[in-house]
Design a protein around this ligand. Structure first.
Ligand code: UFG
Length: 328
């Protein structure tokens, strides 16, 4: 029996495959390599190159593999791009998930754990964010993830396919031995951009706005360490395999750091000056997003192990200095 990881060549998916294999699971990976990297896939995983929207391809994989559970990371995930190209997001994320569920139903696979996002909430008025708060996504990316959650809810009722939706806050860092890490092209995320600046690959960090309603005027986010985030997926899979009901959990570290605090922490970790310049706000950025992960703690017995932001940045720095050109 194998765990099928969709999007297992991406930043988060590759860390999941690695951790599953190290825990003794048999793992099969599907990835279309559009944003993922073949080199990131653990060599003990069976790799099928293809697209989750290709139903015949998916049926072939489910015929070859005896799938006991699915972990689904295969989605487009850039907020800005989703505003420009909403149909791409509904096609890849929503339609792609529909095909996944159709094939799961056909082959009688009953468990799925998947990446959702804090972007489903929009800009909540209260912090920290709990799962019972209203969802008002403010961009097509967040909307597409909410649609995925809702599709799963109805498939549970109709076919008994149970799901766990994990609403991520800001995923950060790399495996501690720096063998896998974060490599996006183009890169839009704060930590890799700061570290590329530290390496001299960028002239400066552009800080998107310092006039937000926060103590130093820059946006506050909740950074969760990648290996901790993956541990929650394995706990969620176990939760479903024990017969528990479908559920939704936030995954964060309960701590908020501003862009300026992140920059200062990275300066300390790297010992580099890291030039920065304040730029206008980036559209669609909420001022503050901090999770309550109490529910995941109570129900999944999940607790992030590494919450010190410098320690998290250090793992990303080790990856960046050992892979200055990413996986290339
Ligand atoms: N930022 C900068 N300069 C940069 C890059 C980012 O100032 O060059 C700022 C952003 O404005 C934001 C913060 O750093 O305030 C973090 O930005 P990221 O792009 O790293 O992450 P986001 O918070 O925008 O997005 C992340 C995930 C999304 C998810 C969202 C949900 O990448 O997929 O969290 O909260 F939808």
């Amino acid at each position: 029996m194998s765990i099928l990881v969709l999007g297992g060549a991406g930043y988060i998916g590759s860390h999941a495959v690695d951790q599953l294999i190290n825990k003794g699971y048999t793992v099969a990976v599907i990835d279309n390599l559009q944003t993922g990297h073949k080199q990131a896939i653990h060599d003990k995983a069976i790799f099928y190159e293809g697209d989750i929207r290709d139903k015949m391809f998916m049926q072939e994989v489910f015929t070859k593999e005896s799938v006991e559970g699915v972990i689904h990371f295969a989605a487009s995930s850039l907020v800005g791009e989703s505003v420009e190209k909403p149909l791409l997001y509904f096609n890849n994320n929503v339609y792609g998930t529909q095909i996944v569920l159709e094939v799961m139903e056909e082959f009688g696979v009953k468990n799925i754990v998947f990446s959702s996002t804090a972007a489903t909430y929009g800009e909540p008025k209260e912090m920290p964010i709990v799962e019972t708060m209203a969802t008002h996504p403010e961009n097509p990316y967040g909307e597409s993830k909410l649609m995925m959650e809702r599709m799963m809810k109805w498939c549970d009722k109709a076919y008994g396919i149970r799901y766990v939706a994990l609403r991520y806050f800001n995923v950060a860092g790399a495996k501690s031995d720096a063998s896998i890490g974060e490599d996006h092209v183009p890169e839009t995320h704060l930590i890799p951009i700061i570290l590329q600046t530290a390496l001299g690959q960028r002239e400066y960090l552009g800080i998107y706005g310092d006039d937000y309603d926060t103590p130093d005027g820059t946006c506050i986010r909740d950074y969760v360490y990648i290996e901790d985030l993956i541990a929650a997926h394995i706990a969620a899979l176990d939760y479903l395999q024990k017969g528990n009901k479908s559920n939704i959990f936030n995954l964060g570290s309960n701590n908020g750091y501003s862009v300026k605090e992140m920059l200062e922490a990275a300066r300390e970790v790297t010992g580099k000056e890291i030039p920065a310049k304040v730029l206008p706000r980036r559209s669609g950025d909420p001022s503050k997003l901090v999770a309550s992960s109490e529910k995941a703690k109570m129900t999944l017995a999940w607790e992030p192990q590494i919450t010190d932001i410098k320690q998290i940045i250090k793992t990303a720095w080790d990856w960046h200095i050992s892979h200055p050109k990413g996986y290339e």
